[in-house]
Write a protein of this length. Structure first.
Length: 267
């Protein structure tokens, strides 16, 4: 609660003091936007924190998110066919992910394990012509199922598919291009002009080829905005099991995406 109050105080101070020519809103409107959307910071930070090590401070994420909301208020263009909430969520999440990248919190060993898993899924799927089963991937890695599940737990923080991940795969894109890609309501012409129409198609195809349970987890988590705990209750699974399914889905999708986009250095 103290962290939330500090963030809100910082935002209110910004609303009173910030002034820009040709701003799309006055200070009263600015403060109203802050009061309405400040809870997004805590919500997004909590969702990210669920998949991160305990050593990562939620306070740091919320501080970064506060800057993201300020940025959203400053740069939002109401002439575009998007809601401010959508734009603010994008900016808040992006600021938090930028903070994580600066912290460089993922050990090199974990990155290597994630690559190992991706490659094992791909080898089994190539050999069988269908989505790989857990038992098959664990056998491919020479692990028992318990050790395999522990490995999934170790790499769960890498299961973030984000605008920053897409930027890594498509290094020529600017941040503003990515904003347009994710939230521009008139995406047709914009995406074609950016050469990004294929991106959505590839991601959609990757999701469609996931096993049913993994596809359901992604749908409930990303589209219905449910927590892992809520999804576990719906599917009658443990929260840990839902986390495993989520991680497996993202590992499968990452490997597929790398076939279409320039690959950067992999540790």
């Amino acid at each position: 609660m103290a962290t939330t109050q500090r963030a809100l105080k910082k935002l209110k101070s910004y609303a009173k003091n910030a002034c820009r020519e040709n701003s799309w809103q006055d200070n009263a409107e600015r403060e109203a936007l802050i009061l309405e959307h400040a809870p997004l910071i805590k919500h997004i930070a909590a969702r990210l924190a669920m998949r991160l090590p305990r050593s990562i401070s939620t306070d740091d994420l919320m501080s970064a998110g506060t800057i993201g909301l300020m940025d959203a208020i400053e740069k939002f263009d109401p002439s575009k066919n998007i809601q401010f909430k959508t734009y603010a969520e994008f900016r808040i999440r992006g600021a938090m992910l930028d903070e994580l990248r600066l912290l460089d919190w993922v050990p090199r060993s974990v990155r290597k394990k994630a690559s190992l898993l991706e490659d094992a899924y791909d080898r089994v799927q190539t050999a069988t012509g269908r989505p790989a089963e857990e038992e098959e991937v664990s056998a491919e890695l020479g692990l028992d199922l318990e050790s395999f599940h522990y490995l999934l737990q170790e790499v769960r923080g890498l299961s973030l598919i984000s605008e920053n991940e897409l930027a890594r795969l498509c290094p020529d894109l600017t941040y503003e291009n990515l904003v347009d890609l994710f939230i521009d309501g008139s995406e047709g012409d914009a995406l074609r002009s950016l050469g990004l129409g294929e991106v959505r198609k590839v991601i959609a195809e990757a999701i469609a080829k996931l096993p049913e349970k993994e596809r359901l987890v992604l749908t409930l988590y990303y589209y219905e905005d449910l927590t892992m705990r809520e999804i576990a209750e719906i599917m009658s699974y443990t929260e840990s099991r839902v986390s495993q399914l989520h991680t497996q889905a993202i590992l499968r999708m990452r490997k597929r995406l790398r076939r279409y986009f320039p690959e950067k250095d992999r540790d």
